[in-house]
Design a protein around this ligand. Structure first.
Ligand code: FAD
Length: 470
């Protein structure tokens, strides 16, 4: 009898433990994606990007003579029960997912189906190190990155598996929804057509991205990764977040580059491990997703109500601070933002605008096509100073000197800010096409004065911080 293979954030055929196990069994395999309540709850950009990812995965299965079955219903267990019955399948495999809501859903399903005699099995694949397999000598979890890195850096990471040669089809395919009817792009109120050219979709694109990175970028990555005006990083987060590539594939490519003496390779491996660390933290301390990880931050005097206009300007790339605005516009047009820029805009929001990091976290979630619950929460809590191993609150990025240091020739700012340029960059103009109609305030030639200037914002943030004796 067939095996149902339930896809979630693992949209690939290569290095897929659950798929390989299912194909190894010589039983027919029915690949499945369920639009359940957790998919319904996704924010605009991640939902839109997921829709494209499902389309690409369906194509990959099509090329193998198989089919991705789509079903929509809030209750995933109800869909699974119906499909098990309809197809006569006696097994259900999936790749593990790690948010508290996913863990709860999956454990309920596993328990219920196993009681009904179904072989319900979960596999690894989204992470290299399962969060419960890394612990301190005292038997606790890691709260600081460097010891975590030291604990895992020499561990064996499973060699990537190849794509199964044959995926056996069932005698009869169950009915499938049409992806168009799911309208996964409907929530994007900004021009999806404008974001689309920046997307690199599916597992083949992800593999080419990795190949290009290893061939041309990794050597100097330790230096170039901090310069948002350069093509100095892998850009793989878009694909890693949906599992279009596995971290194992990235890790082994990075290890090989390191063995070949490519200098930046170890830094790349360390970044991959930041992602693992974020999942480790989310698993062991799920409140990192929505509450101040350092509890004393609960009483910090955020001023978001008083700063509503400035926060709106931040979202719209109109703070009058060029580095911040360039980054916010990059986010809006491409659905991505360079890591250095993420740190600067987050610092500006939390410190200069004294605004609760969760407001920034939500805006990123709304806009990022590489949105990742664990990385986003860790990044925001790090920036605010409220997280584990965070930057201290009193270290306040100066967005002007950051620009001098990390965008010395102004390439990044010029690429994203049209105002003041006779012949603006096409991407800077794309921003004006991407904005929704209700953002009517954008005269193309009128660049605003800073909503909060650096010295002023810095002084106010430090005073609030010192008052509280954090
Ligand atoms: P590369 O520099 O090529 O790094 C390779 C991979 O390592 C990345 O794809 C990513 O998976 C991982 N990685 C790199 N830096 C980090 C980091 N600081 N934390 C965790 N993993 C990292 N990353 C997301 O994937 N999704 C998010 O929603 C997200 N939100 C963030 C919010 C804030 C406020 C900050 C400061 C950082 C956030 N990051 C997030 C982390 C980081 O900015 C991105 O992973 C990185 O910019 C992706 O670009 P890249 O793929 O070219 O990275």
């Amino acid at each position: 009898s067939p095996i149902l293979l339930w896809f979630r954030r693992d949209l690939r055929l290569s290095d897929h433990a659950a798929l390989s196990a299912a194909c190894g069994s010589t039983r027919p395999v029915i690949p499945l994606f369920i639009h359940d309540e957790q998919v319904a709850a996704l924010a605009a950009a991640p939902k839109w990007r997921l829709g494209l990812g499902i389309e690409a995965l369906a194509r990959s299965f099509g090329e193998k003579g198989s089919r991705l079955i789509l079903r929509r219903e809030d209750d995933a267990l109800a869909v699974l029960r119906a499909l098990l019955k309809e197809t006569g399948a006696s097994a259900l495999y999936w790749t593990r997912a790690y948010t508290p809501a996913e863990i709860e859903r999956d454990s309920t399903i596993k328990e219920a189906l196993q009681e009904e005699g179904i072989e319900a099995r979960s596999f690894g694949g989204h992470l290299m190190f399962e969060p419960w397999e890394v612990e301190t000598k005292a038997g606790s979890y890691y709260k600081v990155y460097t010891p975590y890195w030291n604990a895992v850096k020499n561990r064996d990471v499973a060699e990537p598996r190849s794509t199964p040669k044959e995926i056996r089809a069932p005698q009869k395919w169950p009915e499938s929804d049409a992806l168009e009817d799911w309208e996964m792009g409907a929530a994007m109120d900004r021009g999806a057509a404008i974001v689309r050219p920046f997307v690199q979709l599916g597992e083949q694109a992800a593999q080419s991205r990795l190949g290009n990175f290893i061939a041309h970028i990794i050597e100097d990555y330790d230096k170039t990764r901090d310069f948002p005006g350069e093509d100095g990083t892998s850009q793989l987060s878009e694909n890693l977040s949906l599992g279009e590539i596995s971290p194992h594939q990235c890790w082994h490519a990075g290890r090989r580059a390191m063995e070949e003496g490519k200098r930046g390779a170890e830094t790349f491996l360390k970044e991959l491990v930041w992602r693992e660390f974020a999942y480790h933290l989310m698993y062991h301390s799920p409140r990192i997703l929505s509450e101040n990880w350092r509890e004393k931050w609960g009483s910090f005097p955020w001023k978001d109500d008083a700063r509503a206009a400035e926060v709106r300007a931040w979202k719209k790339g109109r703070t009058g601070i060029p580095f911040v605005d360039a980054a916010m516009r990059e986010l809006y047009v491409t659905g991505r933002m360079h890591n250095r820029a993420r740190m600067i805009v987050a610092s500006y929001l939390c410190k200069h605008l004294m605004t609760d990091w969760r407001i920034g976290q939500k805006w990123f979630e709304e806009c990022l096509i590489d949105w990742d619950p664990a990385n986003n929460a860790m990044g925001w809590q790090w920036s605010a100073g409220s997280g584990p191993d965070a930057t201290p609150f009193f270290r306040i990025f100066n967005p002007l000197s950051q620009q001098e240091k990390y965008d010395p020739d102004g390439a990044y700012v010029e690429r994203w800010i049209a105002e003041g340029h006779e012949e603006p960059h096409a991407d800077a103009l794309a921003f004006f096409d991407a904005i929704p109609h209700h953002w009517t305030m954008l005269p193309k030639n009128d660049y605003p004065a800073p909503v909060v200037a650096h010295e002023e914002g810095r002084a106010e943030a430090l005073a609030a911080y010192e008052d509280r004796d954090f």
